[in-house]
Design a protein around this ligand. Structure first.
Ligand SMILES: Cc1cc2nc3c(=O)[nH]c(=O)nc-3n(C[C@H](O)[C@H](O)[C@H](O)COP(=O)(O)OP(=O)(O)OC[C@H]3O[C@@H](n4cnc5c(N)ncnc54)[C@H](O)[C@@H]3O)c2cc1C
Length: 395
């Protein structure tokens, strides 16, 4: 019997929706299954929106090259979905200032990060304290300097999800099953069966699993390979004359460990900031403690920013992986099930390259040498024999 669908995609986040949007017109019978009441119910609408290909230790290796590839694809991808959806999605060319809270961190940026960026032909600039404050006047008096990466971008992720949702719920969109949970994905001789929580089954020639941190259950991965990392963030109201000029990231170290301080401007003067990394936590309830610690760490870098009115707090769950690299590739010998998950704190940054690679694999298009390099590092079977060890969380 013929399958019901050419393709079923499980998960309506930036990865699942992006793949379905890319395949519009290429496959006729497509179904997108999302357990939430709307597309963008998961991490993708909770992201802050830095497009930062070379931020954090993980990006100093081949993941940074994959992310750079994605950064290059970003403007054209945003232009296209903004134009098809008739929604504005401002993409701000803010650059990224990695702020050194002390001399030791400035030293690390100068001697460990700068050479890698130079080796990649990127025009990064090392700044002393005075230059860093000139670049970002909201910085407090205590910062030691920084490293400015001019090519980084900033975007408001909920706007991307609104645009994708508008496209996918419009003419030519997939069959959309909202409020519908997939409990199992099983390969058979000729097709794949997708089992739903209400007992129904669907069949498809191929299935993409893009269910964020919950993909683990459908892929049968151990909990130390793919796991939740809760992130809590907040938004400050616009203040006349006190807008953030560049997006800033800093590591603050205290007795409790390392804390990421991240702040990204919005076009109307709002500032999205945070952010916590709570490994193994899978609820999306914002807590008073996280609000307090986020404000405290922000005040160490920005001085008076933390006293601005907070208009919103929220939490989302990143799909963390043991080596901080996504899981992208076929998981079965017949190449019917494609995993597209595990993007950690970089799923917005990595969305265009992930969508492009998934489309090539699903449509059987040729892959370039760069594509193959990216697919080699994201192979789902790399964890089979114990695999790479735990990496420090980064955003
Ligand atoms: C606070 C915070 C800040 C962040 N900031 C940034 C940033 O600045 N830059 C950046 O690049 N990244 C950032 N990220 C990371 C980014 O948000 C994620 O990597 C990305 O959104 C993952 O996308 P996804 O589509 O894989 O997952 P999701 O958006 O979580 O989508 C998965 C979807 O699958 C659905 N689903 C799950 N299980 C099932 C099932 N069994 N059946 C049906 N549906 C199911 C879920 O409901 C969900 O809608 C941030 C994340 C957080 C939490």
């Amino acid at each position: 019997m013929a399958s019901t669908y050419d393709l079923i995609v499980v998960g309506g986040g930036i990865v699942g929706c992006g793949i379905v949007e890319r395949l519009r017109g290429e496959l006729s019978r497509v179904c997108l299954v999302e357990q939430g009441p709307r597309l963008g119910s998961g991490a993708s609408s909770a992201a802050i929106g830095g497009i930062n290909p070379h931020l954090g230790d993980d990006c100093m290796g081949p993941l940074g090259l994959m992310a750079q590839h994605s950064r290059e694809l970003f403007p054209a991808w945003i232009d296209r979905i903004a134009s098809v959806s008739e929604r504005a999605i401002p993409l701000l060319p803010t650059g990224l200032l990695q702020v050194a809270a002390d001399e030791k961190e400035l030293d690390r940026l100068a001697n460990e990060v700068m050479p890698v960026l130079a080796g990649r032909g990127l025009g990064a600039e090392l700044l002393d304290a005075r230059q860093a404050r000139a670049k970002e006047p909201l910085l407090g008096p205590g910062v030691a300097g920084g490293l400015f990466q001019p090519a980084d971008l900033a975007v408001e992720p909920p706007l991307i999800m609104d645009a994708l949702s508008r496209i996918l719920t419009g003419p030519g969109g997939p069959e959309l099953l909202l409020d519908t949970t997939v409990t199992a994905v099983e390969t058979g001789a000729a097709d794949v069966t997708v089992v739903l929580a209400d007992g129904r089954t669907l069949t498809a020639d191929r299935v993409v699993i893009a269910a964020g941190h919950l993909s683990r259950h459908l892929l049968g991965l151990p909990e130390d390979v793919l796991f939740p990392i809760k992130g809590q963030a907040l938004e400050f109201a616009p203040r006349p004359g006190r807008a953030l000029s560049v997006q800033c990231d800093s590591l603050v170290v205290d007795d409790a460990g390392e804390h990421v301080v991240f702040a990204v401007p919005r076009p109307d003067g709002r500032i999205a900031a945070g952010v916590t990394f709570e490994v193994g936590v899978d609820d999306t309830v914002p807590t008073e403690e996280a609000r307090r610690t986020n404000l405290h760490h922000l005040s160490l870098i920005f001085g008076d920013l933390a006293s601005a009115p907070v208009t919103r707090v929220w939490a989302g769950i990143r799909p963390g992986t043991r080596d901080a690299v996504p899981v992208l590739g076929h998981v079965d010998a017949d190449r019917r099930i494609l995993a597209a998950t595990g993007h950690y704190g970089m799923g917005i940054t990595l969305a265009p390259v992930t969508i492009d690679l998934a489309a090539k694999l699903l449509l059987g298009l040729p892959v370039t040498d760069d594509d193959q390099r990216d697919l080699d590092i994201t192979r789902p079977d790399r964890f089979d024999q114990g695999g790479p060890s735990w990496a420090r969380p980064t955003i």
